[in-house]
Ligand binder design. Sequence first.
Ligand code: DC
Length: 224
Amino acid sequence: MKTTNIAIDGPAGAGKSSIAKEISSELGFIYVDTGALYRTVALFAQENCPDSDNELLERLDEIDIDLSFIGGTQRISLNGEDVTDDIRTPEISMGASRVSAIPEIREFLFDLQQRIAREHDVIMDGRDIGTVVLPDADLKIFLTASADERASRRYLELKEKADCPTFEEIKADIIKRDYNDSHRAVAPLKQADDAVLIDTTDMGFHEVCEEILDLIKERLDIEV
Ligand code: DC
């Protein structure tokens, strides 16, 4: 039976994951955060071969990534160890952006993403889901917001934590990652021709969810 696939792409901090989580739980779909895959490869590189991309490529067969979905929430493990929380650091964010530019790494993660979408109704978020991974997705959304707004949302999320970076540091990281992710040669971040653009700079969380749910009602033959 054909599964329903919804692709959400966009730059770092645009709200993809919180929106996708909310909508997938509303629809009973699983939510796949593909950034976590690149982050997990970056964690392996940080721990095992921080100085050499060649060594990382030689050791790709030592990387076993497993995704599980508990109550619709994704957990990710690297060689049997749950690393879901360990991959959420600024170093790993930047490392993920770096390793994601390597074509062999993208190829390494490609089949896994396509297989999950073949087997489940999914909302999958990332940078190249609508353009490369799921070009035939039933609905494609490109979610964006200004760099200031994205940095300030991230800052609000992080500010209670120890070692919270400053707003300026967060914004600089976001701008650097935007540049890396949209200028790499393979599968750069870009809006698919048939994606719906939603700029959330001046929108609240619920407003964005409503807009996407309306699109789903309009375009897909499923009950919302
Ligand atoms: O969504 P995120 O911030 O967790 O993603 C981390 C990095 O991984 C991001 O800077 C670019 C890369 N990425 C990618 O190249 N393609 C994807 N589909 C998802 C993430």
